[in-house]
Design a protein around this ligand. Structure first.
Ligand SMILES: NC(=O)c1ccc[n+]([C@@H]2O[C@H](COP(=O)([O-])OP(=O)(O)OC[C@H]3O[C@@H](n4cnc5c(N)ncnc54)[C@H](O)[C@@H]3O)[C@@H](O)[C@H]2O)c1
Length: 309
């Protein structure tokens, strides 16, 4: 029988890539998104769309009516700076919003099996005390966003223990790819791609030696498809296990476009983590998942898409 998935945040960057992959894989897809950062044009035909807040009572009614086999929860407030200034709203969306989703799953679980996927973040680790970061690394978020992404992990584990609701929690490294908005908290890759396509100056904060673990969104999607079939009932990193400095990233981009990118240097941003990369052995063991894209391949696909657009 055709499986039904409800994707929260399906009008956002990662969500839109997930939705397209689920459709391709034969799933029936329902999206719930309040379009706070998501875009209506990201929603393809052939899905059922509810413009609704995940915190609303109506959300629970939607779940009861649609009876999805799986809720893939990607809706969130993702702006770290916003979380610092508006911790209550950040916590409300990320913590209470996820709790409402868990309550909706609980409302259904006597009727049918329902499982969950939750997109968490490397932000839960805070400043690394060692590299590469594995899942045993201390949880010491340095922003409210990191804290509000972590709290739902605990709730989800308890809902599993109390009610037997299956789940998979993924802590993503820095995701990039098609559909990412360079204007929001898009991340450095989407900003770089935007500067390339619009032929404008790219700003480097600090010395450019800071490193990140950049993962292409298609690799995020493949991990989600695997966990959709086999929930892992635990948490794992989804990352490339590779550290890339900003200067390396620039060089790779220059190789792809075969020209120099104009840059300007500015001072370090306070609160920025200097180095980060995450191990991914646990995801490999539990899901038989591995990232398939090198940074050069993922970046080339992303640049090409925006050039043609
Ligand atoms: N992009 C990354 O690098 C990254 C890294 C780690 C974790 N994540 C997580 O992945 C998920 C998706 O991130 P993204 O980069 O696609 O962000 P995004 O902002 O593009 O997508 C989030 C979506 O959620 C929707 N949304 C926000 N609040 C909502 C609410 N209260 N009710 C209903 N819908 C709401 C937005 O409209 C948007 O469509 C988030 O949970 C984020 O924390 C992303």
């Amino acid at each position: 029988m055709m499986k039904k998935v409800l994707v929260t945040g399906g009008a956002g960057f990662i969500g839109l890539n997930l939705v397209n992959a689920y459709l391709k894989d034969g799933y029936e897809v329902v999206i719930v998104d309040n379009l706070s950062t998501g875009k209506i044009e990201n929603i393809p035909t052939g899905v059922t769309f509810y413009e609704e807040d995940i915190r609303s009572q109506n959300f629970i009614e939607i779940v009861k009516k649609e009876k999805p086999d799986l809720i893939n929860h990607h809706a969130a407030q993702i702006d770290v700076q916003y979380s610092i200034h508006q911790p209550v709203e950040d916590g409300s969306i990320n913590i209470l919003g996820t709790l409402n989703i868990l309550e909706a799953a609980r409302a259904l679980k006597d009727e049918m099996d329902i499982s969950l996927i939750y997109a968490s973040s490397a932000a839960v680790y805070g400043d690394p005390v060692y590299l590469g970061i594995d899942e045993q690394h201390p949880i010491q978020p340095i922003s409210y966003y990191g804290a509000s992404k972590y709290a739902p992990e605990s709730y989800m584990q308890i809902y599993h223990d109390l009610y037997g609701i299956s789940y998979s929690i993924f802590r993503y490294a820095n995701v990039y790819g098609i559909g990412q908005d360079p204007k929001g908290e898009g991340g450095v890759v989407s900003i770089l791609v935007d500067k390339i396509v619009t032929d404008s100056l790219f700003t480097i904060h600090g010395d450019g030696e800071q490193t990140r673990d950049f993962i292409f969104v298609d690799d995020i999607v493949s991990a989600n498809l695997l966990a959709s079939k086999h929930p892992i009932n635990t948490v794992c990193n989804i990352s490339t296990h590779t550290k890339t400095s900003l200067l390396d990233l620039l060089q790779i981009a220059e190789e792809i476009i075969e020209r120099k990118i104009e840059t300007v240097y500015q001072e370090d941003r306070p609160g920025d983590i200097k180095h980060s990369y995450l191990l991914n052995e646990k995801a490999n063991q539990l899901l038989n998942w591995k990232p398939q894209y090198s940074l050069k391949e993922g970046l080339a696909k992303t640049i090409q898409y925006y050039k043609e657009k």
